[in-house]
Design a protein around this ligand. Structure first.
Ligand SMILES: [Zn+2]
Length: 134
C-alpha cells in the first residue's frame, strides 16, 4: 500500500472516537455503516476488509450542488473530518449508490449529509502516539 494512503488510514483512525490502538499493536474500530469490527496494523494497513471512505465523495468537491457539504470538511476531500473507516462491502455499495448519483440528486445529498453527521459524532482529537486504550 502506498505510504500516502496508509497515512490517510492513520489520520482517520486517530480522529475516530471508536478506534483504539490495542496492546497487541493493532487498531480496532467499527465500520461507519454496519458497525462490523475492522482491524488495522499499527502503521494503518488494513487487516481484512477495512477500507478508507471519503464521506463526501471526492468527485463532489468543487461542485456547486455539494458546496454546503464540502464546506463542513474545509473543502478538502482528505480532511480528517471527511475520512472514515468502512468495510469493503459498505464502501462499495455507497460508491454505487449515492456517490454515483451525484450531488445534484437530492436523495444522494441527504444520504451523504446523514453519513457526515454520523462521522462527526465519532470525531476525536488525536491521542498521544503509543497511547493504548481498550
Ligand atoms: Zn460495513
Amino acid at each position: 500500500m502506498r505510504p500516502a494512503l496508509r497515512r490517510l488510514f492513520l489520520l482517520a483512525l486517530a480522529h475516530d472516537a471508536e478506534a483504539a490502538l490495542r496492546a497487541d499493536g493493532r487498531w480496532r474500530t467499527r465500520c461507519l455503516h454496519c458497525r462490523s469490527t475492522l482491524e488495522f496494523d499499527a502503521d494503518g494497513t488494513p487487516l481484512g476488509h477495512g477500507t478508507l471512505e471519503h464521506v463526501v465523495p471526492q468527485a463532489w468537491f468543487g461542485k456547486r450542488a455539494a458546496a454546503a457539504l464540502t464546506r463542513e470538511v474545509g473543502d478538502a476531500a482528505n480532511d480528517a473530518r471527511n475520512l472514515a473507516l468502512a468495510c469493503a462491502g459498505c464502501n462499495h455499495d455507497k460508491g454505487k449508490g449515492p456517490d454515483a448519483r451525484g450531488p445534484n440528486d437530492e436523495r444522494a445529498r441527504e444520504v451523504v449529509a446523514a453519513l457526515l453527521a454520523r462521522r462527526l459524532e465519532r470525531w476525536a482529537v488525536p491521542r498521544e502516539p503509543g497511547e493504548v486504550r481498550d
